[in-house]
Design a binder for this molecule. Structure first.
Ligand code: OXD
Ligand code: MN
Length: 635
C-alpha cells in the first residue's frame, strides 16, 4: 500500500467519470502539451464529485495504494504508507526559480528558470508511460472570495488526488471560478496577462531522492514537482501554491500569504475576536486552532477557521481581513488525543487518510504514539515491520499525518466559508524555544511587531527532512515558504501598514520554555486559552503589562491563573522573565540573518534591532548589571 508500488491503470469507470475535459482553451492547451511530454496511458479528468471520490478510493485500494480501515470503527478512513525515503518536505530540494538569484534571495535555493525547466522536462519526458495522469482543478479560498485562486495539478499519483480532494475545493467549483476569471479578462476587467490559473505538474517518477525536485516559477504561476509522493512536496495547492507562489503574488498585488492558523474566539458575553497565528511546522498550530478552553473559561467558544495558511488583505474598513485558502487539514498526528486535541480526535474519526502511522494487527485500525488507550502489544510500524513496545522505536513516523476535510471538525467556524473572510484583531508569532522567549509578549507597534516576527526562531521538527531540535531563524514561520527575497518580504510587511487604519496588534508566544531540569514550564494545549485571553484583553485595552526591553509582558494581576492547581507563581515569574544575557545572545544570533539580507533589509528593522540593543544596555531597576538574569523594566 505505498506510493512506490507501480501505478497500474484504473479500471473503466461508469457514468462518464473522468472523461469530462475542461473547455478553457489555455487550460486545454497546457494539458495537451503535458500529455505529449509525459505520455500517460490514461488521462482522468477530476470533477470533485462524491461518485468520483468513491470510485477513486476503491481503485486506490485495488491498486494497493490505500488500505480501507474498519468501516464500523473508522468510517470512510484509509491507510497509506509512503516510500521510506519520502516522509517529509525536502527543503534542500525545493527551489525558487526566478530570473535572478537575487529575486529569490539568500534563504531560498535558486536555479535559473530555463536551466531548471530543461532539466525537469528531461525527467518528465515519458514519465507517465503505463500510468494514469489525473487532471485536478482546485480552488484555494472560499468560492466567491476576491482572494480565491485557481490551480490545476496534473499528477500521476492517485494518493495526491484523494488528498487534494480533502484539503482543497476540487473539481467543477474550480473550473467555474476559472470561467468567471476568463470572462472578466475578456471584458478587460482583469488587465494583466498573468496566467489565470496556477499550473502544477507532478510526477512521482521512481521516487528516487536523487531525482527529487520541488520547483517554483512564481513569475509564471507554475510549479514542477518530481520524485516525491509525500505531503507538502506534492499536494501542490498547499505549500507550493498557497505560500511560495502565493507570497510572491501577494507582494506584487498588495495582500499577504502567511503560514498562519486562523481562529475565532467568542467570549461568554458574545464579544468576537479573530486571531491569526504563525508557528513553524509541527509546533501546535492545529492544536491551537482547535483548542477547547479549560473549565475556568466556561462559556468561551474557540472555533477554527484554518490550521495552517491565511490569505489576508486590507478591507474597506481599514482592518486586515483573512480567509483560509484550504478546506481540510493535513495535520501531524503523533501526540493527538482527547487530552491534547479532542476536536482533532473527532475530526479524524471518519473520512480520513492516515499516512505513515502504525497499523494494528487486524488491519482495521491505526495507532500512533500518544493516541488514547493502551499501547498495543504488537502492530506493524509505519514501515510495515512488526513492532512491539520493547523495541523502543517509534511505531508511527514522527511526521505521520492525517488528511481530513474541515467539515468534520466539530469546532469549525461557519466563517471558514465566508467569501469576505474575517477581520483580524491580533497576529501571534510563536516558536519552539526552551529558553529566552517569554510565554507571551506584545510588540510596541506594527513596525516593532514586524521585527518580532522577522527575528523569530524555533527548534526544527520532523516536518522537514533533516536534524530535529536545532534552533534556527524562521522569520514569520515562513523560512521554507517565502517565494522571494526575505528582505523584500519584510519590506512588504512594513508596507502593509499603510493600508491599515486599524492594524492588528502583534504578539510573540512560546509554549515550550523549560526549567533547568528540562521540564516544560507551561502546560500548553487548552491552557493556552489563558494567554489568548490576555491577548484579547490587550486588544480591548482591559489588561496591563510590564514594559520590558523586548516588549510588554503580562503583569501577574492581569493574567488569569485561577484553577491551575499544579502551577506555581514561581513558574509564572520564570515564564515572563526577560533575561538580559539570553537576549544579548539572541540579538547576536539575529545578526546573521539580517546581514545575509544585505541592502534588502529594511532600515526600519535594522533600527529596531539597534533600539533593542540600547534597551538591553539599560541597567535593571535595582542597578545590577544588565547581563544578569533580571527582568528589564524600561526606564
Ligand atoms: C505542514 C508543514 O505540513 O508546515 O503544514 O510542514
Ligand atoms: Mn504548515
Amino acid at each position: 500500500m505505498n506510493s512506490s508500488s507501480p501505478a497500474p491503470l484504473l479500471q473503466a469507470a461508469t457514468g462518464g467519470l473522468g472523461t469530462r475535459r475542461p473547455d478553457d482553451p489555455e487550460l486545454v492547451a497546457w494539458i495537451d502539451d503535458s500529455i505529449a511530454l509525459c505520455r500517460p496511458e490514461q488521462v482522468f479528468y477530476c470533477d470533485g464529485s462524491d461518485a468520483e471520490d468513491e470510485f477513486l478510493l476503491a481503485e486506490a485500494c485495488r491498486l494497493g495504494v490505500l488500505t480501507r480501515l474498519d468501516p464500523q470503527k473508522l468510517p470512510g478512513c484509509y491507510y497509506h504508507r509512503s516510500a521510506q525515503n519520502d516522509v517529509a518536505r525536502v527543503e534542500q530540494l525545493t527551489f525558487i526559480c526566478t530570473p535572478t538569484a537575487e529575486q529569490a534571495g539568500p534563504t531560498n535555493h535558486w536555479t535559473e528558470p530555463g536551466e531548471m525547466r530543461s532539466k525537469l522536462r528531461g525527467m518528465f519526458a515519458g514519465s507517465m508511460r503505463g500510468r494514469t495522469m489525473f487532471v485536478v482543478p482546485y480552488l484555494m479560498g472560499p468560492p466567491g472570495s476576491p482572494l480565491a485562486k485557481v490551480g490545476v495539478e496534473l499528477t500521476d499519483s492517485i494518493y495526491v488526488v484523494l488528498n487534494m480532494r480533502k484539503v482543497t475545493r476540487m473539481g467543477e467549483t474550480a473550473l467555474r471560478h476559472l470561467q468567471q476569471l476568463r470572462r472578466l479578462r475578456l471584458n478587460d476587467a482583469i488587465k494583466s496577462d498573468f496566467p489565470l490559473f496556477n499550473r502544477g505538474l507532478h510526477s512521482m517518477l521512481d521516487l528516487d531522492p536523487a531525482r527529487r525536485f520541488i520547483c517554483h516559477f512564481p513569475q509564471d504561476n507554475e510549479i514542477l514537482s518530481v520524485g516525491s509522493g509525500y505531503g507538502g512536496n506534492v499536494l501542490l495547492g498547499k505549500k507550493c501554491f498557497s505560500l511560495r507562489v502565493g507570497s510572491y503574488l501577494a507582494q506584487s498585488q498588495g495582500w499577504m500569504a502567511e503560514h498562519m492558523l486562523l481562529l475565532a474566539a467568542e467570549s461568554p458575553e458574545g464579544e468576537q475576536h479573530y486571531i491569526a497565528a504563525a508557528f513553524p511546522s509541527a509546533c501546535g498550530k492545529t492544536n491551537f486552532a482547535m483548542m477547547i478552553p479549560p473549565a475556568r473559561f466556561a462559556g468561551w467558544k474557540i472555533r477554527t477557521i484554518g490550521d495552517d495558511i491565511a490569505w489576508m488583505q486590507p478591507g474597506p474598513d481599514g482592518r486586515l481581513w483573512a480567509v483560509n485558502p484550504e478546506s481540510g487539514y493535513f495535520g501531524v498526528i503523533p501526540g493527538t488525543n482527547s487530552g491534547t486535541n479532542p476536536n482533532a480526535v473527532a475530526t479524524i474519526s471518519r473520512d480520513t487518510i492516515y499516512t505513515n502511522v502504525a497499523l494494528l494487527e487486524d488491519e482495521g485500525d491505526v495507532w500512533w504514539e500518544g493516541k488514547d488507550g493502551p499501547v498495543p502489544a504488537r502492530c506493524a510500524d509505519w514501515r510495515g515491520e512488526p513492532w512491539t513496545p520493547e523495541l523502543g522505536t517509534k511505531a508511527a513516523h514522527p511526521n505521520s499525518r492525517f488528511t481530513s476535510p474541515m467539515r468534520n471538525n466539530p469546532a469549525l467556524a461557519p466563517e471558514a466559508d465566508e467569501a469576505r473572510g474575517v477581520p483580524i484583531s491580533a497576529i501571534i508569532f510563536g516558536g519552539r524555544r526552551g529558553d529566552t522567549v517569554p510565554l507571551v509578549y506584545q510588540s510596541r507597534d506594527w513596525t516593532h511587531g514586524v521585527f518580532l516576527g522577522a527575528t523569530m526562531a524555533s527548534e526544527t521538527t520532523a516536518a522537514a527532512a533533516g536534524a530535529v531540535g536545532q534552533v534556527r531563524r524562521d522569520p514569520m514561520a515562513m523560512l521554507p515558504f517565502c517565494g522571494y527575497h526575505m528582505g523584500d518580504y519584510f519590506a512588504h510587511w512594513l508596507e502593509m501598514a499603510n493600508g491599515l487604519e486599524q492594524p492588528p496588534l502583534i504578539f510573540g508566544v512560546n509554549w515550550f520554555r523549560r526549567d533547568t531540569a528540562g521540564k516544560f514550564l507551561w502546560p500548553g494545549f487548552g491552557e493556552n486559552m489563558r494567554v489568548l485571553k490576555w491577548i484579547i484583553d490587550r486588544c480591548e485595552g482591559r489588561a496591563d503589562g510590564n514594559e520590558t526591553a523586548i516588549g510588554i509582558v503580562p503583569r501577574r494581576e492581569d493574567f488569569d491563573l485561577a484553577g491551575m492547581t499544579d502551577f506555581s507563581e514561581e513558574n509564572f515569574r520564570r515564564l515572563t522573565t526577560v533575561d538580559a544575557a539570553e537576549w544579548n545572545r539572541e540579538l547576536d544570533a539575529q545578526g546573521e540573518l539580517f546581514a545575509s539580507l544585505g541592502a534588502h533589509l529594511p532600515a526600519e528593522l535594522a533600527a529596531e534591532r539597534e533600539q533593542l540593543r540600547q534597551r538591553l544596555l539599560v541597567p535593571a531597576a535595582d542597578g545590577s548589571p544588565s547581563d544578569d538574569a533580571v527582568e528589564l523594566l524600561s526606564p
